[in-house]
Design a protein around this ligand. Structure first.
Ligand SMILES: C[S@@+](CC[C@H](N)C(=O)[O-])C[C@H]1O[C@@H](n2cnc3c(N)ncnc32)[C@H](O)[C@@H]1O
Length: 266
């Protein structure tokens, strides 16, 4: 899993993702290999993965697990990154959606992509040079139905007990305390609300202490689910998730997915 640049959390930026010149000016002043450069590479990878017009992993998961039979008026996308999955929720279900992530740059990109027909991102060429790529946005403008919140999933500044659906895609194996993060996700659901998670179990000691790693194939999750009043409704393995770093190199993951429901309190 590529590293996330923690020191970007508090930093402001004037980059305009709907303006090629603005993105070019940003890219031109990045020093290859440092944290800002790596963050720009990461942003470009996520943007091209999610807005590149192939059927995304989120779309496959929503097709597989969310049939729309239960109304989803409020949804929350934890670790939404560049926000394509948040937008997909509002397009599919007409939901008011909160997209939460601790990476401000990704949220600024998400906001630009939600409102502009064309956006620009850094692209790492195979020669290790950064250029600027344009992405035509294919989906309808979700207007203002998605609210972007920059926060830590361990302490989400959101109203508890009100969300019909919480999704957390490829998030839990990147956080410091997956148990706490799951507890917070559970606390945000209304009774009977659903939680959809997927992750490739790509744990790293840089992100998560090794004694907190969980395996999707063992009972690890079950113990936590019981603690947080969640019951598994459905699960399936084998959802490919591929981050293309350059035309010649990529990170290939396979995520395990699980749909849960918050049991009503006795
Ligand atoms: C591996 S990416 C997955 C992004 C997207 N959900 C997807 O499936 O492509 C993990 C995301 O979680 C975010 N993240 C990691 N730790 C977080 C935390 N403690 N609080 C909020 N967001 C976090 C990262 O910034 C990143 O956008």
């Amino acid at each position: 899993m590529p590293a996330r640049s923690e020191d970007l959390l508090a930093r402001d930026t004037s980059i305009r993702f709907d303006d090629a010149n603005s993105v070019q000016a940003w890219v031109d002043q990045l020093e290859p290999g440092n944290n800002d450069w790596e963050s720009a590479v990461l942003l470009g990878m996520y943007a091209e993965l999610h807005y590149g017009h192939q059927r995304t992993q989120a779309q496959q998961l929503f097709d597989r697990f969310l049939d729309g039979s239960t109304p989803i008026s409020r949804a929350l996308d934890l670790g939404c990154g560049v926000g394509r999955s948040s937008v997909e929720l509002t397009i599919r279900f007409g939901s008011d959606v909160v997209g939460l992530d601790s990476w401000p740059l990704a949220l600024r990109f998400a906001e630009a992509a939600a409102h502009h027909p064309e956006v620009y991102v850094p692209r790492l060429e195979a020669s290790n040079r950064l250029t600027v790529a344009s992405i035509a946005i294919a989906h309808a403008d979700p207007a203002d139905r998605v609210r972007w919140v920059c926060a830590n999933v361990h302490q989400p500044p959101l109203e508890a007990g009100v969300y019909d659906l919480v999704v957390a895609l490829n998030l839990f194996d990147t956080v410091a305390n997956p148990s706490l993060a799951l507890g917070q996700a559970s606390a945000l659901l209304r009774p009977g609300g659903q939680l959809l998670i997927a992750q490739p179990d790509a744990w790293s000691p840089q992100a998560t202490p090794a004694n907190s790693w969980l395996s999707s194939e063992s009972d690890d999750w079950q113990q936590l689910l019981d603690a947080y009043n969640l019951k598994t409704v459905d699960s399936e393995d084998g959802f490919a998730w591929t981050l293309q770093r350059t035309r010649r190199t990529s990170f290939n993951y396979v995520s395990h997915a699980r749909l849960m429901e918050l049991r009503p309190q006795a």
